[in-house]
Design a protein around this ligand. Sequence first.
Ligand code: IMP
Length: 108
Amino acid sequence: ASYHGTSSSGSVKHLVGLNEILKDRHVVIVEDIVDTGLTIKSLMASVLEHQPAEVRVATLLYKPDAYHEKIPIDHIALSVPNDFLVGYGLDYDGIGRNLNHIYKLVEE
Ligand code: IMP
């Protein structure tokens, strides 16, 4: 978890640890959305501690204008503008996750 409301909190909270033995395994980190890259940087560091053979990153959505890390995002389904999105599993503080489509949040 790295988000509060619509902005990155600047730190990553690990909610679930790693249960698998990753040594010498080929690992794919699957993300819903890559924004600033803070989450992927933290996940990558945790996974690399286990000495896997290889780590790749796959994401449904990618915000190129917000991303400022050097870790390559190997598989991107869709690049999106730097908006806050909800639905299809994405939430705004727990709201909207169950919507069947992806919506841009408009604050009034
Ligand atoms: P990052 O650490 O800034 O790359 O943000 C990645 C994480 O923040 C994602 O896994 C989401 O949980 C959350 N996030 C980032 N952008 C959005 C968004 O537009 N909508 C919902 N969640 C987001």
